[in-house]
Design a protein around this ligand. Structure first.
Ligand SMILES: C[S@@+](CC[C@H](N)C(=O)[O-])C[C@H]1O[C@@H](n2cnc3c(N)ncnc32)[C@H](O)[C@@H]1O
Length: 282
């Protein structure tokens, strides 16, 4: 492990710095007086800055978000399966998620919002990166889709008191401050028995080797500095937080990549990428 940390530090010193645009972040850095707490406590401004700097690439399937495009078919398979199993009653499960109200937190350019909307769900996507939401809106308009995109923080959006049947939050937890507060805000936006579907990266030696060294430095699949290993969370840690917040029926599933076939698939191996789904107690 020590060797891994030393390699990591030397690689980080050579990492390409992202462009800086602090002015775009200023509105988020003020206090939300109506709720008397910071409107962006779970937002790490430097993370938002990284995503805003590459927002023009969200829909370039060979660009910086190529890995997200590659995993999207498997993500959809998983999300649909979880919604059908957990939200809809047996008689409603005719393989359709029509009219299910879904909130995508940290939706990025809408890679998952768009196919969910095509499947008939009522989709709302939020992201603190204004440039990202611009890209999402532009693309969905071109596609003739009706998706409610909002450039806002989870704190501010939670003030709207809207409720959703399902919240998806994919590849976001590793970029936020205070995961517990973040998940509590998600819980408050769910209906009773609503389902929270998360995907993130485990904190293991293997995840360091694959998600950082291989993906960022060897193959260059992701911009260097995209991930901070210390922000990764294990499924056990995540489950503990969720159960404390009143979630139940936590279910995990691994998302694994095969170099041989260049394919992603669902698996039982949660050592690097994994999904965790749970239900808000009714
Ligand atoms: C790796 S991208 C994932 C995008 C999308 N969920 C997907 O999987 O296609 C992470 C996204 O999380 C957003 N993000 C970062 N911190 C956030 C926070 N505190 N609250 C909500 N979104 C956040 C970023 O702006 C970025 O769009």
């Amino acid at each position: 492990m020590q060797i891994v940390i030393i390699i990591r530090q030397s690689l980080c010193n050579t990492a390409t710095p992202y462009l800086t645009n602090f002015s775009a972040l200023l509105p988020m850095l003020c206090m939300d007086k109506s709720q008397n707490h910071s409107a962006d406590a779970t937002v790490d401004a430097s993370e938002i800055e990284k995503f805003s700097a590459i927002a023009s690439e969200w829909w370039d399937i060979n660009g910086k978000f190529r890995p997200l495009h590659q995993i999207t078919p498997v993500r959809l398979q998983y999300i649909k399966q979880q919604i059908l199993q957990n939200i809809l009653s047996a008689s409603e499960r005719i393989n359709s998620i029509d009219d299910v109200k879904i909130l995508d937190v940290g939706c990025g350019g809408g890679l998952v919002c768009e196919p969910l909307s095509r499947l008939g769900a009522q989709v709302c996507g939020i992201d603190p990166s204004a440039a990202t939401i611009e890209a999402a809106k532009k693309h969905s308009t071109e596609q003739g889709l009706s998706i409610d995109y909002q450039a806002t923080t989870l704190e501010t959006f939670a003030g709207s008191e809207r409720k959703f049947d399902a919240i998806v939050c994919l590849e976001v937890l590793e970029h936020v401050n205070n995961v517990s507060d973040f998940l509590e805000l998600c819980r408050n936006l769910l209906t009773d028995n609503g389902v929270l579907i998360l995907s993130t990266i485990n904190r293991t030696t293997k995840s360091y080797a694959q998600a950082i060294v291989t993906a960022e430095y060897i193959f260059g699949w992701l911009p260097t500095g995209t991930h901070d290993w210390n922000k990764f969370i294990t499924p056990e840690e995540l489950k503990q937080i969720l159960e404390r917040l009143g979630f139940r029926d936590c279910d995990t599933s691994g998302l694994t990549y095969s170099l041989l076939t260049d394919q992603w698939s669902l698996s039982e191996d949660c050592s690097v990428n994994y999904f965790l789904t749970c239900k808000k107690a009714g």
